[in-house]
Write a protein that binds this ligand. Structure first.
Ligand code: SAM
Ligand code: SF4
Length: 335
């Protein structure tokens, strides 16, 4: 007899085992590529999943086949019940990780260590303090930079997420790669993506091709080593021969990786987003609170997943900002 298909398999036969949960829409930074300048209307707290609901809903996904959960936001560490959330999720048979801006990670290292969260994705878009302030509207460069070293000293595996924007920080590509010379971090250059209210423009993106050609002006071809990419890895990974760290390029705009997508997103108010670029969402929290079985809603949401970027198939569609206006801003999705 044929095995029944998982509720997390879509019509393109992609099975989704990686759930990214946004804990909050709040943040202690104001990165302009993520947070619209007019701000975002914050949802009333009762509309958000509380820690028990979050755990129970996550458990349903794990029973359906999710084996990896990432906590994100907004800034996940600003949520006061972060320790409770981590403690409960850590009892599930999953790899648990977080993405943080690093501002207050020093205050949470103990809880992360206790629950064996080993890899931290930390966002840092520049190595220049003044530029950090311009991008994030906050003066926390030193805090974040120092926290990267604290994490490394405590043996966390650190991935640095750098959103690359032409004319803003693309002059720092080589500096970030030089940072991997003596530090065993993985720097990930992320193409600037369009979301509601972030003034995106394709001309501000820097493609994989462009990054590699710039790197070739500094490093000899034979020293730029292509590393194997894991299945469903969004990054193309490289290292410089003899350097302790590595770097990768995540090119959603110029080189999408939708064919092998295994990601699902759950917003802080308990809505499933089957794709980062999907304007539609399915509410799980209301039916969950009403005691209804949410598995059918999850299954339907997965069956509605488009082949590529929430249905933005052509570069023309992707470049048209009107096509993105119904999607949330990044801070309200959870990157
Ligand atoms: N506050 C945390 C942080 O900054 O790492 C977690 C949430 S943030 C939305 C998750 C990731 O999304 C970060 O690495 C951030 O740089 C990235 N991100 C936000 N807006 C983006 C955009 N427009 N294009 C590409 N990446 C973006
Ligand atoms: Fe906050 Fe992260 Fe968005 Fe920056 S990228 S505004 S740190 S949620």
């Amino acid at each position: 007899m044929e095995e029944p298909q998982s509720i997390l398999t879509d019509t393109f036969d992609r099975t989704h085992s990686y759930l990214r949960i946004s804990l909050t829409e709040r943040c202690n930074l104001r990165c302009y590529y993520c947070m619209p300048e007019y701000g975002v209307p914050l949802m009333p707290r009762p509309d958000l999943m509380n820690s028990e609901e979050l755990f129970e809903i996550a458990k349903i996904f794990v029973e359906a086949g999710v084996n990896k959960i990432r906590l994100t936001g907004g800034e996940p560490l600003v949520r006061k019940d972060f320790p409770e959330i981590v403690s409960s999720l850590a009892t599930l048979p999953i790899t648990l990780s977080i993405t943080s801006n690093g501002v207050s990670i020093d205050r949470h290292m103990e809880i992360l260590q206790k629950h064996k969260i080993q890899t931290i994705n930390l966002s840092l878009d520049t190595l220049v303090a003044a530029k950090f302030k311009k991008i994030t509207f906050r003066d926390y460069f030193d805090k974040v930079y120092t926290n990267i070293f604290r994490l490394m000293d405590a043996d966390f595996k650190v991935k640095i997420n750098m959103v690359l924007m032409k004319g803003v920080n693309d002059d720092e590509i080589i500096d970030f790669i030089q940072f991997t010379k003596n530090h065993a971090v993985n720097v990930r250059f992320i193409e600037f993506m369009p979301f509601d209210g972030n003034n995106w423009n394709r001309k501000k993106t820097v493609s994989l091709k462009e990054i590699l050609s710039r790197i070739k002006t500094t490093f000899a071809k034979e020293d730029i080593i292509k590393l194997p990419d894991a299945p469903s890895d969004t990054a193309k990974n490289y290292k410089i021969a003899g350097y302790k760290g590595e770097f990768g390029v995540i090119s959603t705009v110029t080189n999408p990786f939708c064919d092998t997508c295994n990601r699902i997103r759950l917003t802080a108010n308990g809505r499933i987003k089957n794709c980062l670029f999907s304007p539609t969402e399915s509410d799980l929290l209301t039916p969950f609170r009403e005691g209804r079985d949410i598995r059918l809603i999850i299954q339907k949401a997965m069956k509605n997943k488009f082949a590529m970027r929430g249905g933005l198939n052509t570069p023309q569609q992707f470049n048209d900002l009107n096509e993105h206006s119904e999607n949330r801003s990044m801070i309200r999705i959870g990157g």
